[in-house]
Design a binder for this molecule. Sequence first.
Ligand code: FE2
Length: 262
Amino acid sequence: MPDKSDKEVIGNYEISKAGLLTRREVLTMGAVAAAGALVAPAFAAAGTPAAPQASAGDPYVAKDFSGLQGKLDGLSASQIEQHLKLYKGYISKANELRGKLKDVELTSANQSYSAIREMLVEQSFAVNGVIYHEFYFGNLGGKGGDPTGDLKAAMEERWGSTGKFNDFLKAAGKSVRGWVVIGFNTRGGFIDSFGLDSHNIGSPANFVPLLVLDVYEHAYMVDYGIDRAKYLDAFMKNVDWDVVGKRFAITRKHPSGLEATT
Ligand SMILES: [Fe+2]
């Protein structure tokens, strides 16, 4: 077992007390850079709580977000409960696909259809389904309002004001079919935004999510039917800007990955 005495957990992340990412984290991030997601929270080895449905040896372990149920303003316990069931389904499929790819039949490889093709593509769907949901649930549970400190300054630089950012986020939420991701470009060193119509379509590389908004209908149908605008208002009231700010502080120390391409 690794010695974790020199580490601490901030938000969703485990970092060294010296403020630098541990080697395990660097390797973990590098492994998922192409998927455009910081994957450390999904791994049991990263110090996250064990989930009861995980089997021994499974690399993906569901985090416990049940504390959000009944605690959010405008998002019911039932809504969150259903959403968490879906999240755990992605955990299960991510583990299943990773296991099956070890023994997948290779000689039939083909880009139109083959077992390995289907498993590789769907693994990216399942894994990103895990990761984006963890960012999403992780940035809920706050009181909304405005960001503070360096994060606020960076967002004002990008959007002009936090009020304009709120307008932008709501419009973005009405414009895409899956995810709105506000994140940090680790090569450019700036905040930017992306819209994804599916977990694995449009997910940018070298981009670490800071604030993630799920706009799939399953995220709000229980409470709001098809009224996405009301859901977006509810989402804004529950953003935990402290978590987002900690993500920003950590990811600014994130290796860019540029070194590996030169
Ligand atoms: Fe979702």
